[in-house]
Design a protein around this ligand. Structure first.
Ligand code: THU
Length: 132
């Protein structure tokens, strides 16, 4: 079942609380509702070997795939250091979202003022890469 944007944001903020980010101090949480109506959450997980760190979106999408979700209906992302600040997905995560998104996918990003913006994948990743 779809969640309201506000409820999905709460889930992303809750996921952010679990972030493991001792190197950047920048916590990110992501919450996904899939095509089956299932909720999946993820947080960033850093590593002393810096490039091994992983993003919140990757964790949430991985959980979705493992539980049989095929498409992202909605995704909310919340990030920041002590406070939540604007955290639009990194380039790699835009491509990760793109893999499971379509024009109806709702991408919710919190901003510095505690408000949120809603995007489509075409907003975030125009002229995107597709395999034939
Ligand atoms: N990060 C995410 O989890 N998602 C993004 O879309 C942007 C960046 C994480 C990676 C790293 O742990 C921290 O934020 C700072 O870059």
């Amino acid at each position: 079942m779809p969640l309201t944007n506000e409820d999905l944001i709460i889930k992303a903020i809750a996921a952010r609380e679990q972030a493991y980010c001792p190197y950047s101090g920048y916590s990110v949480g992501a919450a996904v509702v899939d095509d089956l109506g299932q909720l999946h959450q993820g947080c960033n997980v850093e590593n002393a070997a810096y490039p091994l760190g992983s993003c919140a979106e990757a964790a949430a999408i991985g959980a979705m795939v493992q539980r049989g979700g095929k498409r992202i209906a909605q995704i909310a992302i919340a990030g920041g250091r002590s406070e939540i600040t604007a955290c639009t997905p990194c380039g790699g995560c835009r491509q990760r979202i793109h893999e499971f998104a379509d024009e109806k996918t709702v991408i919710i990003v919190l901003d510095d003022s505690g408000e949120w913006q809603e995007y489509t994948i075409a907003d975030l990743l125009p002229s995107s890469f597709h395999l034939d």
